[in-house]
Design a protein around this ligand. Structure first.
Ligand SMILES: [Zn+2]
Length: 65
């Protein structure tokens, strides 16, 4: 059963903590979510570790290669 997981990230622009809902089916994907505070586009990278736990990383758009 799939369910959304709430994760907390720090915005790479303004440093504020923001909550994002992650769909486990997005693991391995990147997507863009606008910061709830400064409204700039954060690139969010969704990965799973060896235990199958989701983890998320936030990048500013200039970090993406
Ligand atoms: Zn921000």
């Amino acid at each position: 059963m799939d369910y959304l997981q709430e994760q907390t990230l720090s915005c790479p622009y303004c440093g504020e903590s923001i909550d994002v809902l992650i769909d486990p089916q997005d693991a391995g994907d990147q997507y863009i979510e606008d910061c709830q505070v400064c409204c700039r586009p954060i690139t969010i990278n969704v990965t799973t570790d060896s235990m199958g736990n989701l983890s998320v990383s936030a990048y500013d758009e200039n970090d993406v290669y």
